[in-house]
Design a binder for this molecule. Structure first.
Ligand code: HEM
Length: 157
């Protein structure tokens, strides 16, 4: 039974990882440059539609990463002070803190920045907020790569 649960939660964990981090990577490195190349100043409309479709998938991935992550910790018997013990514990704690940062950035962009960008009248302010929003996506991309490195470290320790 324990093995079946482990397989199910690792599967959920890995699937949520590729949807969220893979989605961020694809949008930043493929979709955005291509749309800007082809549509130039009309890129905003299509990118708005891409974001509208990706956001619910990212929200679900965040939820599943959180639930499957804590389930894996419970099954592996390390939901306790072990979190602060040794290299493995510290890496797991850092990973969870980075995950919380990434989730915070995701919801700040979606719930605070996006409405502000939509409401603002001044072009200068709109460009500034859009730049901030894009830089936050790059931050999440970097943090996601760091989480993957920490996950690999935890797996071999
Ligand atoms: C962006 C967020 C996250 C990513 C990309 C991520 C990625 C991964 C990956 C790739 C693995 C290796 C799976 C395997 O082959 O065994 C893993 C394992 C694991 N993750 Fe995450 N994870 C994330 C968030 C979390 C969170 C928030 C938690 C805890 C609440 C967590 C807890 C775990 C645990 C316990 C394992 C198994 C480690 C072991 O004992 O081998 N993860 N994660």
């Amino acid at each position: 039974m324990r093995e079946i649960l482990l397989v199910v939660f690792i599967w959920l964990h890995l699937t949520a990882t590729i949807v969220w981090l893979g989605g961020i990577a694809f949008i930043l490195l493929v979709t955005l440059p291509s749309v800007r190349q082809v549509l130039q100043d009309k890129a905003g409309g299509l990118m708005g539609e891409v974001t509208r479709r990706f956001t619910p998938m990212a929200n679900l991935s965040i939820l599943f990463l959180f639930l499957s992550g804590f389930s894996l910790m419970a099954i592996n018997g390390n939901i306790s002070a072990d979190l602060l013990k040794g290299e493995r514990g510290t890496a797991m704690l850092l990973k969870i803190l980075l995950f919380l940062l990434m989730a915070g950035v995701h919801f700040y962009r979606g719930k605070v920045l996006a409405p502000r960008i939509a409401k603002t009248q001044s072009d200068g302010e709109k460009v500034r907020l859009q730049k901030l929003s894009l830089n936050l996506v790059w931050l999440n991309f970097g943090a996601g790569l760091a989480v993957l490195l920490l996950s690999a470290f935890v797996c071999v320790k």
